[in-house]
Design a protein around this ligand. Structure first.
Ligand code: GDP
Length: 239
């Protein structure tokens, strides 16, 4: 947890070429208004993500430094209804390019509103990202909006369904308002960052991290829904 509390805004980029040198990073993504900024702020214990809400930065990739070339990365929220097609296409390219090619990216924190989990766009994001073989951790945010029993029921349902889209996914309840689920989330994300040293070494040696077949299990998902992600159109991210 303390590592996230040291997070500081580093830079915003509109092009992958401008992304900072990094050893390991975790990206946060989700539909707009699901509570991504609030979750980042809750984990950092400060108004970290106000930066990503400032006009002009909402369509950029925002890097927050955790020290020693490690980062939390705030990706643009998806699912905006009223975005001109050209704008959408350009940030889908940025987002898709980042998620698909960024070697230091060691995992994705996917934020969903506990009352509307696994929307079609979330499913698309999961199916698409799991092709990288990297893990996903889902934060079911705003858990305080449901009773304890109802929230647990959603958690079990999502845990049961998510394997069809992303075999490397774990799920938890989260509330920025009640500050619940912070420790659990931080433990998962810090484990990814700590485990990323071998990945960083692979990259330094010029090998793609996914050359390790053990990390490629995501490709072998037999579910028909996940298989769709292997079709040619999966190269484009449409969110
Ligand atoms: P983003 O667009 O995904 O970054 O979402 P925000 O973090 O800006 O949150 C959208 C709205 O949901 C705001 O009004 C927040 O106050 C509210 N919100 C975010 N997280 C929680 C939560 O855990 N519980 C409750 N009750 N409201 C939340």
């Amino acid at each position: 947890m303390s590592l996230f509390r040291s997070a500081l805004f580093f830079k915003s980029v509109a092009s992958l070429a401008d992304a900072p040198a990094s050893v390991a990073e975790i990206a946060f993504v989700g539909r707009s208004n699901t509570g991504k900024s609030s979750a980042l702020n809750a984990l950092a214990g400060s108004q970290l993500a106000f930066v990503s809400k400032t006009p002009g930065r909402t369509r950029l990739i925002n890097f927050y430094a955790l020290g020693s070339e490690r980062f939390i990365v705030d990706l643009p929220g998806y699912g905006y209804a009223r975005v001109p097609e050209a704008t959408r296409a350009s940030w889908e390219k940025l987002l898709g390019g980042y998620l698909q090619t960024r070697a230091p990216l060691c995992g994705l924190a996917l934020v969903m509103d506990v009352r509307h989990p696994l929307t079609e766009l979330d499913q698309r994001m999961l199916g698409w990202f799991c092709l990288t073989g990297k893990p996903v951790h889902v934060l079911l945010t705003k858990a305080d909006k449901l009773s304890r029993e109802a929230a647990q029921k959603v958690l079990r349902r999502v845990e049961g369904e998510i394997g069809a889209f992303a075999p490397n996914a774990s799920v938890q309840l989260f509330s920025s308002l009640k500050k619940s689920g912070l420790e659990e989330a931080a433990a998962v994300l810090l484990r990814w960052l700590d485990a990323s040293a071998p990945r960083a070494v692979s990259v330094a040696l010029g090998r793609e991290p996914n050359e390790n077949p053990r990390q490629n299990r995501g490709w072998r998902n037999k579910s028909p829904r996940a298989k769709r992600g292997n079709q040619p159109g999966a190269k484009c991210l449409k969110v």
